[in-house]
Design a protein around this ligand. Sequence first.
Ligand code: XIL
Length: 348
Amino acid sequence: MRSRLLAPAIALLLCPAFAQSLRQEAENGGILVGTAVNPIYLSEPAYAATLAREYNMLEPEDAMKWYTVQPDEKTINFTPADQLVEFAAAHGMKVRGHTLLWGGHDPKWLSSRTPKQLSQILRKHIKLEVGRYRGRVFAWDVVNEAFDENGKLKDSVWYNRPGIGMADRGTAYIEQAFRWAHATDPQALLFYNEADAEAMNRKSDAVYAMVKAFKERGVPIDGVGLQMHIFDLNPDVNGIATNMQRLTALGLQVHITELDVALPVDENGHPLHPEDFALQAEIYREIATVCLQHSGCTALQTWGFTDKYSWIGWFTHKTKGAAVPFDRQYKPKPAYDALMQALRAPRN
Ligand code: XIL
């Protein structure tokens, strides 16, 4: 009888105190919690304070993309990326690099080159960027969004238009990018990052087949990034779990890299249906829980953290928004509370 009464009290005493931030909670649970960031907002005290308080990882939203780093052949610009790397170092945060090869979003000057030139340019770009941040960027999205919805490789400058000289060899150009990145920083974790390949579908099957073959052949790949932009308030959570299971079973890590849950909004960015906040929170909880149930899912990241600056607005012509855990005044939303609760829940 006595021990039955004492047990809960002892359990409470042994429990670490409830953490005050996502970051503390994530650190207790041994997982990374991150967000995409833009250095132009760091001068805003609430932005910088929330970022440093709540996250132990950041990822440049655009600052490490090719069009920022080398908009034309003669201009190299690492200033915005450096600012973020310095902010992260000052606040004990990890940096996820994004992204070295993203066909379709390249600056125009790349489109008028021969395969031989492109191969040299890509190699130089990877060496330059990965080399600059060696030891400071712990993981890279080496290649982003290479597959279409049918699981076919997308046409691109790097693959086949004209490509780097491997157009007839499928994913060989992707493999080459991983090999160059690994040769430049053997310590960095290397990820393939994809959109709309979270659950089971033709695209995620193609990603799975590629990374499985890479693992079997010893290509230096450490993980898969699942972007997780959710637009329909009805994600296939079981499918996401199944996909995560098969990827982690290969010995790969999974990072959730770009989670956000878009809500229908009015012209001022306010949700049309206030009850959507609760629905959104449930989706955040479910996705976080799936990640936390897989020990191979080692990072949970949202694409921005304040509704003031999330990309969803311009992407959807302002018909959707309010997608991330803090509102425009940096006040935590129900989605934030749901993430805290998911991080706090005991892990399997
Ligand atoms: C988006 C950024 O949020 C925007 O600021 C930018 O103008 C376009 O790219 N998938 C990705 C991200 O991998 O890099 C994209 O980021 C969002 C979709």
